[in-house]
Design a protein. Structure first.
Length: 114
């Protein structure tokens, strides 16, 4: 499962950061996932408890921010919500656009206990 390796990668990254600060454990983690990041949220939620088992994140409260994808049309400059990377501009029908939000997959912050 693709989402499992993503979750493990996030856990690894968070643990590394926590260890650098001499943390005992991580109490909270905030993760941002864009709707066009290619991550299946349900699968990610399913993978998470398995990924954090016996790590510093085992008891961490997970806050998942789902970031809606947005694009700007290259032809008419219209700003719109995009649900699929092949979506056309709803105003002029152009397929040329710049997706400026919604592809993120990142740890926004972690809270640690020492
Ligand atoms: Zn347009």
């Amino acid at each position: 499962m693709h989402e499992m390796s993503i979750a493990l990668g996030i856990v690894q990254l968070a643990e590394k950061k926590a260890r650098e600060s001499n943390a005992q454990y991580i109490s909270k983690i905030n993760i941002q996932i864009g709707t066009l990041s290619g991550i299946e949220i349900d699968s990610f939620e399913f993978a998470w408890p398995l990924a954090v088992k016996e790590t510093l994140l085992e008891k961490a409260v997970k806050i998942l921010d789902v970031v809606p994808a947005k694009a700007k049309c290259s032809d008419c400059n219209h700003d719109f919500d995009i649900h699929n990377i092949y979506d056309a501009c709803p105003k002029c029908g152009s397929y040329f656009k710049h997706i400026y939000q919604g592809k993120e997959l990142k740890v926004k912050y972690i809270e640690i206990e020492k």
